[in-house]
Design a protein around this ligand. Structure first.
Ligand code: SF4
Length: 185
């Protein structure tokens, strides 16, 4: 078994590091180009996440005393209510990057190349030359760090019989919360 922080602790460290580091600095840097505001949920869709992220969120909810969650099957993401995220404090990592310029290795190009994507409501009048390593969030690097924490999570939890590429639908949170409450009774 690996030494150091547990997989869930590592995930939480990473989340804190990204939220209060790169994400915050990009929000400040690009504030004149971002139209993101409470109520806009164009980026919100139902997601699957790595098990380490799913179980960390589940644990966060349990620690916050949440025993029941509503999930709207008709919404683009079932955790939206009146246009707002009902699990905002514990939302997945990808949700924390909504609206920001995201750099990724584009394998669909003739030659693989770094590309940048962002919400079409943002950066309307911006020149794309403003995008560089410092002014974008490299999503491949972030996903790799989550992937590494997830490998550790799989090693720590053999009873879950997870494969390295296993994903869990975020929509399953209410189900797992119910099961945890039932187990405690
Ligand atoms: S979890 Fe929250 S922020 Fe993430 S997609 Fe769903 S509603 Fe949007």
């Amino acid at each position: 078994m690996s030494e150091g922080p547990t997989a869930i602790e590592r995930y939480r460290q990473l989340r804190e590091q990204i939220s209060s580091g790169k994400v915050r600095s990009l929000e400040q840097m690009h504030c004149t180009h971002l139209t993101c505001r409470p109520g806009c949920h164009e980026c919100c869709v139902n997601l699957t996440v790595f098990p380490v992220e799913f179980y960390a969120i589940l644990d966060d909810l349990r620690l916050a005393g949440v025993t029941k969650l509503d999930f709207d099957r008709e919404a683009s993401c079932g955790y939206l209510k009146d246009g707002l995220c009902t699990i905002y404090q514990v939302r997945p990592m990808i949700c924390r990057t909504h609206g920001l310029p995201i750099a990724f290795l584009n394998m669909d190009a003739d030659e693989p190349e770094m590309s940048v994507s962002f919400c079409p409501k943002n950066f309307i009048d911006a020149d794309e030359s403003i995008f560089s390593e410092e002014t974008t969030l490299n999503i491949d690097e972030l996903n790799y760090q989550i992937y590494e924490a997830n490998l550790r999570f799989i090693e720590e939890n053999p009873q879950l019989q997870l494969a390295p590429d296993s994903r869990i639908c975020l929509s399953d949170l209410p189900l797992y919360l119910d099961q945890q409450v039932a187990k405690k009774r």
